[in-house]
Structure formats: structure tokens, C-alpha cells
Write a protein that binds this ligand. Structure first.
Ligand code: ADP
Length: 150
């Protein structure tokens, strides 16, 4: 049986912090599904496609990582994909409270557990929103994005 774990998030953008969690999860599970959640009513399919493509490009040589998008409940996707667990990460106390609540609700709804990996301390201050902010002001953000082999 394939031990598959679902890593849901916005990944806007997918950073070296997210990539580190995926790499570490690959040591524990056979397959990691990175699931980019989006709000259907907000549209902007092109932007979502670009986000999916850049994550796929990064993992093009790692067949154990799948990348999908979804706009339903995370637990609905988890059941469809028959995953063993959800994967999330905690950087701080602030993340902890949110992740605890989400994990509780998701387990209540479906019985599916959430595996939480602690962020590496050197990556714990990195967030997609900070990266977006830097990009908005024209800063080079490449050091925060996983380097894809060409
Ligand atoms: P969401 O919008 O659902 O919070 P994100 O895309 O921001 O989704 O993050 C997805 C997951 O990745 C969350 O569990 C978050 O805690 C984790 N994460 C975000 N940044 C980092 C980082 N720098 N290091 C480790 N984990 C991270």
C-alpha cells in the first residue's frame, strides 16, 4: 500500500520553507501530494496554473511528489486521494494554535490525522506573505524560492 500524505496550502509562492517540509516528508512517506488551494469565486486561473507549473517544474525529477490544485474542503480532497494523513508545519506559537484547531476539525470530520513537522529554525521566519511583500517592492526574492535544476 502506498503511504501518501497530502500537503495543503496556498503556496503563494512556494518557498524554500515549504520545499524543506516536502523533502523531510519524503523520508517518512512514499508519496507527497502538494495541493494548492484556491477560491473558485476569486478566479485568476492563470495565476494558479503558473504556481502549479513552477512547483511541478521543481519536482520534475522526483516522481514521488505530485502537485494538484483544489477548491473544495481539504478533507474532501484527502478522502478522494485516499491519503494516510495531512501534512502541515509549525513555525511558531502563532502557527501552533491555528494548526491545532484545523487538525482537530479535520480529524473530527473524517478521522484523518495531521502530521505536523516543526520548521527548521533558520527558515521559521520565512512566510509567503513576506516574500510577496518584498516582491511587490521590487526586491529580488530568488533566495527564498527553491532553485530548480534546468
Ligand atoms: P496557508 O495559507 O494554508 O497557511 P501556506 O502556503 O502559507 O498555507 O503554508 C502551508 C504550510 O506550510 C503551513 O503548514 C505552513 O505552516 C507551512 N510553512 C509556511 N512557511 C514555512 C516555512 N518557512 N518553513 C516551514 N513551513 C512553512
Amino acid at each position: 500500500m502506498t503511504r501518501r500524505i497530502l500537503f495543503p496550502g496556498s503556496f503563494n509562492p512556494f518557498t524554500i520553507g515549504h520545499a524543506d517540509i516536502v523533502d523531510r516528508a519524503l523520508r517518512l512517506f512514499d508519496e507527497v501530494v502538494v495541493a494548492v488551494g484556491f477560491n473558485e469565486s476569486k478566479g485568476n486561473n492563470e495565476e494558479i496554473e503558473a504556481r502549479l507549473n513552477s512547483i511541478r517544474q521543481h519536482y520534475k525529477e522526483e516522481s514521488r511528489v505530485k502537485v494538484v490544485s483544489y477548491s473544495c474542503l481539504t478533507t474532501t480532497l484527502a478522502q478522494q486521494l485516499q491519503v494516510s494523513a495531512l501534512l502541515r508545519s509549525v513555525r511558531s506559537i502563532k502557527d501552533y494554535e491555528y494548526e491545532l484547531q484545523m487538525a482537530d476539525v479535520n480529524r473530527h470530520l473524517t478521522g484523518i490525522d495531521t502530521i505536523v513537522l516543526f520548521a527548521r529554525p533558520e527558515l521559521a521566519s520565512l512566510s509567503s506573505s513576506v516574500v510577496r511583500e518584498l516582491q511587490h517592492f521590487g526586491h529580488d526574492i530568488s533566495e527564498f524560492l527553491p532553485q530548480t535544476k534546468r
